[in-house]
Structure formats: structure tokens, C-alpha cells
Design a protein around this ligand. Structure first.
Ligand code: AMP
Length: 119
């Protein structure tokens, strides 16, 4: 898929366009970060590319610089949330990994002690 594409049926594309509201904590030319509707930790933020790609690997192939920006944005939000260097980044890929929204996104989780392995 080409960079800059949107999918009119995609929930996260609708958040990017503003058609669906979200509590946005960071945005720039390439990425958007907003609070997860069903937080699994005191801080649970989703960092997404503005462009529609179905998963992180497709994003990295199509817009590698934007894929790197997800990590930069996550670190910036973690700092703003007072997490310092204590947080988890999760990139669910495919239904077996509990991907439910097929627009690439990174979960930033922090503010509590995490278990391992994840469920
Ligand atoms: P995943 O299961 O990895 O695909 O993650 C999708 C995430 O999107 C879940 O953690 C949902 O709670 C979250 N989510 C779904 N709809 C919304 C929404 N409208 N605003 C914020 N987060 C959402």
C-alpha cells in the first residue's frame, strides 16, 4: 500500500481525520498518540501512523521513517507521563496475537509492574 493512504472503513483512520474523537496526547506530521479506550495500565497510549497500513511490518516496509517515529513518539509520551525508562511497547500482529484494529499501532503501557510472559 502507498504511504499517505487512508481506509474510509478504518476506525483509526477516522481518529486521524477527527471523525471519531480521541484523547490525543501527541501529534506531528507522521504520527498520532491517544489514550486507549480500555486502558490496561495506568498509562495506556496508542501510537499510530497517520497513513493506513494494516500492521507494523507493512508500515516498516512502506514508510520506514514513520515506523521509527512511532518509537520516538512513544519515548516522548513516556517521558511526559513520568514513566522515565519503565514502560512496555506492544505491536500485536494478527488475530492470534490479539490484533483487533488493522491499522498499525503501538501500545505504550506503563505505570505498574508488568508480568512476563504476556497472556
Ligand atoms: P489491538 O487489540 O492490538 O488491535 O489494539 C486495539 C486497541 O484499540 C485496543 O486496546 C482497544 O481498547 C483500542 N480502541 C478501540 N477503539 C478505540 C477508540 N475509539 N479509542 C481509543 N482506543 C480504542
Amino acid at each position: 500500500m502507498l504511504g499517505g493512504m487512508t481506509d474510509p472503513e478504518c476506525l483509526f483512520c477516522k481518529i486521524v481525520s477527527g471523525a471519531i474523537p480521541a484523547e490525543i496526547v501527541l501529534q506531528n506530521d507522521t504520527v498520532l498518540a491517544f489514550r486507549d479506550l480500555a486502558p490496561q495500565a495506568p498509562t495506556h497510549v496508542l501510537v499510530i501512523p497517520r497513513s493506513h497500513y494494516p500492521n507494523a511490518a507493512a508500515l516498516a516496509a512502506g514508510e520506514p521513517a514513520t515506523a521509527a517515529h512511532l518509537f520516538d513518539a512513544a519515548a516522548e509520551v513516556a517521558g511526559a507521563e513520568g514513566l522515565h525508562d519503565n514502560y512496555r511497547l506492544v505491536l500485536n500482529t494478527g488475530p492470534d496475537a490479539h490484533q483487533t484494529v488493522f491499522h498499525a499501532h503501538m501500545h505504550l503501557l506503563g505505570g505498574r509492574t508488568m508480568g512476563w510472559p504476556p497472556g
